[in-house]
Design a binder for this molecule. Structure first.
Ligand SMILES: *Cc1c(COP(=O)(O)O)cnc(C)c1O
Length: 232
């Protein structure tokens, strides 16, 4: 690890420090919150640096980039798919990823089932929710989530582990907070309903701009790019 990338180590320490404080404010332990290093557009050396610093879950939003890095990062790590996933690309990642955060339609679940079955694995997924109903973002509306879960819980090679959202990008974090609150509420509602084959355990929300508020509101996965690797 060269000095050139020392800033990444310092950034990671700072993210961890801020995450720990936010966890404390929400009465939780920072060890229960996973920080995913979002590595899109980031080169291999920098990624290795983050892994060496203890961040061994990496998030990518494009299939091609994920596959290239999967082949080139030869460290012990796991890859999460966090971006919009085209149905015809499931086959490229089915044997590579740990968790798909961005499942937003039945057709995609059907394809994941098919390819997971073929590979002989069960694929863990999160359902993406477009809480603020922004036109520019993928995901189900809040009111669609429960019905969707009750449709997809029949697929035995697909395991729902929780929910994910990308909040609107706003400077005023207090304006974003209701998004996190709403998703947390439905997350708990669904968990308490104990739907068959639905394991409401993971809540993936919060990015560089808003991860502290997300943690305060119940996130147990945050996806951080810029605050670790710098501006893309
Ligand atoms: C890029 C990206 C992130 C990380 O964004 P930063 O603002 O750089 O932390 C998180 N989640 C998704 C889905 C992304 O595409």
């Amino acid at each position: 690890m060269t000095d050139e990338f020392d800033y990444i180590k310092r950034n990671i320490e700072e993210v961890k420090r801020r995450a720990a404080l936010a966890a404390q404010r929400s009465g939780r332990n920072v060890d229960d919150i996973k920080v995913i290093a979002v590595t899109k557009t980031v080169g291999i050396e920098k990624i290795n640096c983050a892994i060496d610093k203890g961040l061994n879950i990496l998030g990518e939003n494009r299939v091609q980039e994920l596959c290239e890095k999967y082949d080139n990062v030869n460290r012990d790590c796991k890859w999460d798919m966090i971006g919009h996933l085209q149905t015809n690309k499931v086959k490229y990642i089915i044997d590579k990823v740990n968790l798909i955060h961005s499942v937003d339609r039945l057709e995609l679940v059907q394809e994941i089932q098919k390819k997971a079955e073929k590979t002989g694995r069960v694929m863990d997924i999160l359902v993406q929710v477009n809480v603020a109903e922004e036109d520019s973002k993928f995901g189900l509306s809040l009111h669609e989530v429960k019905g969707f879960l009750k449709t997809i819980n029949k697929f035995d090679a697909v395991k729902v582990k929780g929910l994910m959202t990308i909040a609107p990008f706003l400077q005023n974090i207090e304006a974003v907070r209701p998004v996190f609150k709403q998703l947390y509420k439905i997350f708990v509602d669904i968990r308490e309903e104990n739907i068959d084959n639905i394991d409401m355990k993971l809540l993936s929300m919060g990015m560089s701009n808003d991860f502290e508020a997300a943690i305060e509101e119940g996130a147990n996965i945050v996806r951080i790019g810029t605050a670790i690797f710098g501006k893309r």
